[in-house]
Design a protein. Sequence first.
Length: 289
Amino acid sequence: MLIVGGCGGLAGRALLEEFGTDGGIRSLHRHPVPAETAPGVEWIQGDAATVADWAPLLDGIDAVVNLAWYRHGSPRRFRPLAEGLRRLIAASEIAGIRRFVQISVPPAPAAMESGLPYLRYKREVDLALTQSRLSHAVVRASMLFGPKDKLLTVMLRTIARYHRFPMFGDGRYHLSPIASRDVARIVRRELAIRESHTVDAGGPTRWVYRDLTDELFRVLGREPRYSRLSPRGAVRLARLMEAVGSSLLYAYEVEWLLSDRLGLAPYSGLDQPLEPVEPFLASEAARYR
């Protein structure tokens, strides 16, 4: 299996844990992680945006899993990556790859889909795969949680440090956090079937955002205290943070959250239940008590 985007990030680490004992993993990304020194794992230094010829990397490969994408950037950053991934899809067709799994993202408002480089180029890659002859799955995963994630652990740390948390609007929009380990199990299942499809992958619970943040306060042993911002004020705050170089929160992430498009239905078909988020929150909160 070729994992594009590598095993250093949240989803990649979970994939390595899930498939590491299977052997035959080729991991393409720029910087290695210690677990990639295990037997049966081959790290290849590279960037999907600059690979001109994918054929040598696909030699002996049965399946491809693509994780490669950036969290933020301009068209100048996203365009080369999208072109590199389209070359990968074309090369996979020629190589006769048995199955291609693309990890994608949930739907967003139309203006974001067409105007935000993050999404516009992502959908170009999704479309190239769905229009190919490859047996494929496009897995549109909700927000992932797991050790060192960019969502819940950051939120917990903020509450533990400041004893308050910003609340955007009324907090009545939804989230369906899904464990990174469950995404890895979903990839295993999707690799084993032949149906070509696009499937949403939410966690077991569709949380009201305000209820989820209340739970964060509870596991830290604190009463909820919020600094309330209007939706417009929340987006302005995120843009200000971007302007000063912060990667903590991007304006498009706030807009996406407020659009109430992130409460995906639970993924079905696994042989074990999806992991609830509460035990993870409790274990992470113990670090701050």
